[in-house]
Design a protein around this ligand. Sequence first.
Ligand code: CTP
Length: 425
Amino acid sequence: KEEARILREGIIDGIGAGLRKILESIRETAAREGVKAYLVGGIVRDIILGIKNEDIDIVVEGNGIEFAKSLCETLGGRKVVSHEKFKTAVVVVDDELKIDVATSRVEYYEYPTSLPTVEYGSLREDMFRRDFTINSLALEVDNNRFGDLVDYFNGYRDIRDKKIRILHNLSFIEDPTRIIRAFRFASRYGFDIAEETERLLQDSIENGFLKRVSWPRVKTELKIILGDRRPHRALEYLEKYGILKTIHPKISYSSRMKSQIEKTADSKKLLDTLGLEKWMVNFLVVLENLNSDELDLVFNKFGFSGSFRKKYHLGSTKRKKILEELSIARKNSRIYDILKEVTNEIIVLLYLEGNRELKENIEKYVYTLRDAECMVGGRDLIEMGEAPGDHFKDILKDVFYFQLDNPGSGREELLEILEEKFRKN
Ligand code: CTP
């Protein structure tokens, strides 16, 4: 009892003020609706680990959809999107806050990887259908037992012992994506995969279950791995179990890939300025050795749109040329000219492998040159008496490049240059 009290107090202490407030509303709503509500899944695991997680998942014993509607009112939320068939709902509070509500249920898998048939059941059964013990914890959000851990499968012990362990022997057969999830959690938290779990995982791979996996779902998991702060052990596992080779035989986890991914993590400011997501840049690092047809194959497999290859492929000859030219470019206009047609993601890839001069040139392009606008335009030429035509572009480009190379120049000076060019023309 004493142990449970200490645990509960520790957990309540670990809940931040924002989440605490939301849980209070959930508690109130549950009392009003006469149902039991639990906080479940990844967020409980992360509260115990002291890690920030904003995905609020609630399981309700009772009518989940009615509960969601009532909770939405309590919170003054925007709307409830419900799914009658699965008895689930999302409370959309505002742009930032969404709360997932599920009804306690059992899922029967009719055959591996099929869609589940839904029936009502108990919380225990709901927890039992989850992937790992560390994700099978529930937290009571109840008047009397607020903060009590419901731990049917020793999830707390496994968090303490740093173990990734499945709940039953068919887990990977029911859902082969869990194989990748095991690597992901082991890597992110620095946990080990429990011996028996790793053996079953290996059996599933050897039995070819990965061939039945849904690639868009693998993409979801890979996205998380490649966006995580600690992706390396996950990639080592993916290499060890031949999963990278299943994506494409030419992919392997090399020391170069490792170092490029580390460099992506150090280039946050550049990524943010370009509006890029870390996972996508890392994904391109993973696919670095593929030619354009091979890239097409992988993008198709993962369900990316057809324009991806065009956007993200830069032939090796072109890449070499850009790298060479960019590392010796001195003039702003030259840097601009080399990079103006290059996709943002590729700019980052070039940055990751470039020397100091090249990096400085890319930084200059991203932080200043890229957004520069020409201070004179076609209208000025027309005012000078020139008839509009294709030649405008060249004249204006020359003046714009002069502007880039002479950052102090004002519009007056540029107009003079424009006029001179116009006369010559
Ligand atoms: N889940 C599962 N099998 C899967 C995917 C998910 O059992 N293939 C369960 C897990 O128990 C998980 C919950 O569904 O806790 C929510 O899934 P997800 O949001 O992907 O996982 P989180 O644990 O919340 O991970 P993250 O913190 O990375 O979002």
